[in-house]
Ligand binder design. Sequence first.
Ligand code: S3P
Length: 167
Amino acid sequence: MALYFIIGYMGSGKSTVAKKMATLLNYQLIDLDTYIENEQQQTIAELFESAGEKEFRAIEHGSLKKLMSSKNTIIACGGGTPCYFNNVELMNLHGITIYIQMETEALVKRLINANSKRPLIANKSEAELRIFINEQLKVRAPFYERAHYIVNGINLNAKELIAIANK
Ligand code: S3P
């Protein structure tokens, strides 16, 4: 009857891990960004544009709270989810949190061609992206590191996830 939250920076592979876990456990899979988009009838980029980041964070917090009593569910969070309000405490209290850790350089490589749907990094050059990720990781890492489990996003193996799922 568990609830798992997959957290980590944009591009760290949260959705892939969440899918793997959901398949392994035969659990329901929820992508928080998609859930928000369906609720708000707007894409994340449109929400940032129309409401601004501050309002987006409030909406994200509200959506997350609605999902806290989900059972047998894996929730892939947005990269910023654990870093606002008391979101990380809430997740730790109601479920099991897994941080997918990845170094800046790997994130730069993965995000340079995957920034069009991500308003925070849209239109950044590779050099700008590197600086941005470095700076943001300094702020975000203390939140991410409060997760129950930390796994390396590079060469992540299914065995590690199975071990966590079996605990
Ligand atoms: C964000 C990450 C995005 C999305 C929004 C903000 C962030 O999710 O929630 O663009 O602050 O890191 P992904 O991590 O799934 O890209």
